[in-house]
Design a protein around this ligand. Structure first.
Ligand code: ATP
Ligand code: MG
Length: 208
């Protein structure tokens, strides 16, 4: 029976902050593998500045290459439309019913979780794991009581990882590309190459 971590995101683009956290959680929780899952259409973000799904998937694959514990799943992009984590968890459970799943989110996501589609059903399918992120703390955990079962906040508190994390965000990477600033060492080299060759995040063409 395997232990699998799931890090979903927009990965617009994937950066070293994502990879660092993936590796750290995999190590701390003795995971057999960790799945990076780029979403198709994010439910709670606009699509402005959103690179095409195929590009985000390609970048995520480049980022995961060379780390045998990391894998990329295209379930959400294949399914298309708005990506709901609950559906993804159901699909993963069908594919590998015997696996134990850990759903990783950054501390910045805590306030958003109650608004997730069928949020209160997620805990039955995966163990939530909240990781530290620079500039955020775990203070908002109490707000998750409505989506967690009896004793849920206490349980989740034990699954908060006060691990080191890197102060990098996709928003900052996109801003730097737009401004012509270097992004080397913020994203893997292959990702920087793809951003350049596909002219991603360069500016806002009319209507984009
Ligand atoms: P954006 O700035 O566009 O929102 P992002 O950097 O937050 O991008 P996402 O794709 O939104 O990246 O994040 C996916 C998941 O990874 C979320 O759960 C988020 O909290 C987590 N995450 C992203 N960057 C970091 C980081 N540097 N450290 C820890 N967790 C992170
Ligand atoms: Mg984010």
């Amino acid at each position: 029976m395997g232990r699998v971590g799931i890090l979903g995101g927009t990965f617009n683009p994937v950066h070293l902050g994502h990879l660092f956290v993936a590796e750290e959680v995999a190590w701390r929780l003795s995971l057999d593998r960790l799945l990076l899952i780029p979403c198709a259409v994010p439910p709670h973000k606009g699509t402005r500045e959103l690179a095409p799904a195929e590009d985000r998937l390609a970048m995520t694959r480049l980022a995961a290459a060379g780390n045998p514990r990391l894998a990329v799943s295209d379930v959400e992009i294949r399914r298309g439309g708005t990506s709901y984590t609950i559906r993804t968890l159901d699909e993963l459970a069908r594919e590998s019913p015997e696996e134990e799943r850990f759903l990783i989110v950054g501390a910045d996501s805590i306030p958003e979780l109650p608004a997730w589609y069928r949020a209160s059903e997620i805990e039955r399918r995966a163990q939530w794991v909240v990781v530290a992120r620079p500039g955020y703390d775990f203070g908002a955990l109490e707000r998750l009581a409505p989506i967690l079962g009896e004793g849920g906040v206490e349980r989740l508190r034990r699954h908060c990882l006060e691990a080191r994390s890197l102060n990098i965000s996709s928003t900052e990477v996109r801003r730097r590309v737009r401004a012509g600033e270097p992004i080397r060492y913020m994203v893997p080299d292959g990702v920087a190459d793809l951003i350049r060759s596909r002219c991603l995040y360069r500016g806002s063409p009319a209507g984009a």
